[in-house]
Design a protein around this ligand. Structure first.
Ligand code: GRF
Length: 201
């Protein structure tokens, strides 16, 4: 069975969606640990509710980003992790780190990439005046929010939307999309040609 580590930094609602789907039997995988880079991440309480071990590594405890990432890599290797899910992990990981797990790291982003990469995507979509935005699950590459796209879903923007209302509507879709994409990756139901992720039934 594939071994999946989930990285979080905060609220953990996407983490919860994954853990719930696993509990329901939709996702078959081992989750050796949840990693947070913040001790105060609410997601750590969610992990505890589902009785999943947690690890907290804060970058400020290390003298350099390289040392911080080496500590994470040691943890991943010790636990024989196959797949990493970035579920609201708010740190940009280095090219070296990504290369050691190439093709095995996925991320959820609250916009229809390649539109609105980076932070505050919901607000920027609203300010830009687009009529539709959405969410994207993609493989992580060295380019921020730029890796091959596994799944996307669309969310309409209404005239009376605020950043909060739009964020919540996108989040509801994220909670469906991320477990679905993770299932595809766990079951190896894809192949990648160039930038394109072909999905298999
Ligand atoms: C989500 O909007 C996700 O798309 C983005 O960070 C947010 C994390 O939310 N990468 P949560 O911690 O899963 O509730």
């Amino acid at each position: 069975m594939k071994r999946v580590a989930i990285f979080i930094s905060g609220r953990g609602s996407n983490l919860e969606a994954i853990l719930e789907k696993r509990k329901q039997g939709y996702l078959e995988c081992e989750i050796p640990f949840i990693l947070s880079n913040r001790i105060d991440a609410r997601g750590l309480q969610i992990a505890a509710q589902y009785k999943i071990p947690t690890e907290v590594l804060e970058q400020k405890e290390f003298s350099s980003r390289t040392e911080f990432e080496e500590a994470i890599l040691t943890l991943l290797k010790k636990n024989n992790v196959d797949i990493i899910v970035l579920a609201g992990f708010m740190l940009v990981i280095s090219k070296t780190f990504i290369e050691s797990f190439a093709g095995h790291i996925i991320n959820i982003h609250p916009a229809l990439l390649p539109s609105f990469p980076g932070l505050s995507s919901q607000k920027r979509a609203l300010d830009y005046g687009v009529k539709f935005t959405g969410c994207t699950v993609h493989f992580v590459s060295a380019e921020v929010d730029g890796g091959p796209i596994i799944l996307q879903d669309i969310v309409p923007i209404f005239d009376d939307d605020t950043e909060e209302s739009l964020t919540l509507r996108i989040l509801a879709k994220e909670h469906i999309l991320l477990p679905e994409a993770l299932k595809i990756v766990i079951e190896e139901r894809f192949n990648i040609v160039g930038r394109k992720v072909n999905l298999h039934p």
